[in-house]
Write a protein that binds this ligand. Sequence first.
Ligand code: KIV
Length: 266
Amino acid sequence: MSTPDRQITVPKFSAMKAAGRKITMLTAYDYTLARLLDSTGIEAILVGDSLGMVVQGRPNTLPVTMDEMIYHAEMVGRAVQHALVVVDMPFLSYHLGVHQATENAGRVLKETQCQAVKLEQGPQQLEVTAALVSTGIPVMAHYGLRPQSIHQLGGYRVARDRERLLADAVAAEEAGAFSILLECIPGDVAREISAAVSIPTIGIGAGVGCDGQVLVTHDLLGMTPGPTLRHAKAYVDLNALIVEAVGRYRDEVRESTFPGAEQTFD
Ligand code: KIV
């Protein structure tokens, strides 16, 4: 079966860097939002383990399981016709060695229609990355702030070790990663990394020097509780719009003005 021409494949995604075309990526966790995002022509959708916080209301991403990622990825993969869909490997789904990582990442390709996985990288993940790539599983490597290491890092902090970040990015490319996600690192370091590797860098809180950008869609839509994060931008205040719409519905039901004649069958 051939891939439809308009589908962004891993090679097409990678080729965008050489073509000097910026890459747009957003998170999605369900069919409805994934379909809408895909209709805008963005190049990539991430089924992020941020769903642990955004959808499940947990304090961090650590409790998210492989089965939960598959559940959400299956819905997103089914909705998307155009974008490349990358799925986060959750905490402890790839840390116990190549065998465990291959089995779990393989589930993403076998049980969902998504095309790639993302791994938060420590040194031992280079071997895992190489093994997955050799199995035919495309890997996006995630450096900088790594939320799965929150307890070791002592909080969500900007990663500033320039030498380390640069060396890690080069090593990830050598291991076969098709792209590198850079989370919360200084803009000049991200620009330097982007120039040093030939695969696309996708930034979040990493400045405009990356080859593309990713945002948590709920942040972009103004659906996250509390103030907007420094690195995020709310393009609309959906929280307010939803509360306003639901308030109108509540009032109309209480006043018996909904349902009206139009919504009532003869
Ligand atoms: O899980 C996630 O949503 C992420 C962000 C970097 C976008 O990894």
